[in-house]
Design a protein around this ligand. Structure first.
Ligand SMILES: [Zn+2]
Length: 271
């Protein structure tokens, strides 16, 4: 039954994507670099925040033919460039072992730069990010191996991944500080880039984020242009239901209607 329900949900999602992608071209140009969010690769958990191993390989190969995959600092510095709509940034959130096992070999083969936004408690403790979750975190040795390739930009993503809208200033400072210190102690670098847990910007966290990082990304919002504030840069989530077909459409138009709906459902009105 569960499998049937999951299959039905998948069909409904793809039907929605068909409608959204038909409306998207009427929203006007989609300028700027496409900053993509990946979470897990080939985890087999059936969650929208993962992609299959096959879809990932197809998506990366297609990007290699059609787009220029650049690192995050390059895309941010050149975000107003007229050709920036041909640039793609690959970002991976949280730090799952499957990035190293299944994603990294593909990225290496294509020589593509990527950003890992790391949540430090799972990697430090070996415990999954979500209690009872079946997703193993990366180990520091794996993070180090990826950093050694020269392809990876390592960013911060808090210590325990709380929604920063729901905790106080002291706790926010502790979340950011612990993450930065662990990355510095283990990897010898101070992270310059940050992404908000769950993609939700938080007014109380903004000042602390601005003090510590040169950029911060969120998970929903308008295209990235010369006018974009570097502390609220939007990214585009890649989902299980995207496959290759909707992935291509997402790259072309952003699937912005879907994005707007997602914001509404999550009751999120931030930048
Ligand atoms: Zn996250």
């Amino acid at each position: 039954m569960a499998t049937l329900a999951t299959a039905a949900k998948g069909i409904a999602r793809r039907a929605g994507k068909l409608v959204f992608s038909a409306v998207d071209p009427f929203l006007g140009d989609f300028p700027g670099p496409r900053i993509l969010i990946y979470h897990q690769i080939g985890a087999g958990l059936g969650r929208q925040m993962e992609v299959t191993e096959r879809a990932f390989a197809d998506q990366i190969a297609w990007l290699g033919e059609r787009y220029r995959v650049v690192d995050l600092p390059t895309a941010l510095a050149g975000r107003g460039d007229p050709d920036a709509n041909r640039w793609v940034v690959l970002t991976f959130d949280d730090g799952y072992a499957d990035l190293y096992q299944r994603g990294f070999p593909v990225l290496q083969r294509h020589g593509m730069p990527f950003t890992l936004y790391l949540t430090t408690h799972p990697v430090e403790s070996g415990e999954p990010l979500t209690p009872g979750g079946a997703a193993d975190p990366l180990g520091w040795d794996q993070v180090e191996a990826m950093a050694g390739s020269g392809l990876m930009t390592l960013g911060a993503h808090t210590h325990r991944h709380p929604d920063l809208r729901t905790i106080g200033a002291t706790q926010i400072e502790d979340e950011l500080g612990t993450c930065d210190e662990l990355i510095e102690r283990r990897m010898g670098i101070r992270p310059a880039h940050f992404t908000y847990p769950w993609g939700y910007w938080s007014a109380p966290a903004h000042a602390a984020v601005a003090r510590r990082y040169s950029s911060a990304t969120v998970g929903s919002g308008p295209p990235v242009t010369a006018a974009t504030d570097l502390l609220t840069v939007n990214r585009i989530p890649v989902q299980l239901a995207d496959g290759l077909m909707f992935f291509k459409r997402k790259l072309r138009t952003g699937l912005r209607m879907e994005d707007r709906l997602r914001r509404r459902i999550a009751n999120y009105d931030g930048p």
